[in-house]
Write a protein that binds this ligand. Sequence first.
Ligand SMILES: [Zn+2]
Ligand SMILES: [Zn+2]
Length: 59
Amino acid sequence: MRCKSCSGEGLLRCPACSGEGIDYGIHKCENCKGEGEIACSTCEGSGKVGLLNKIKSKA
Ligand SMILES: [Zn+2]
Ligand SMILES: [Zn+2]
């Protein structure tokens, strides 16, 4: 599914797809604002979180 926020252009700063251009449920980590800090437990340093991870982090 093409990202609606950037029309599939995959903008690096696009918060919806993190530059992937495709919105498949992976979004910029809100905990570290996509910085991907190693200490960030939500995204484990990747700066991105999938829906599954998001749900898991709240459990
Ligand atoms: Zn996008
Ligand atoms: Zn994070």
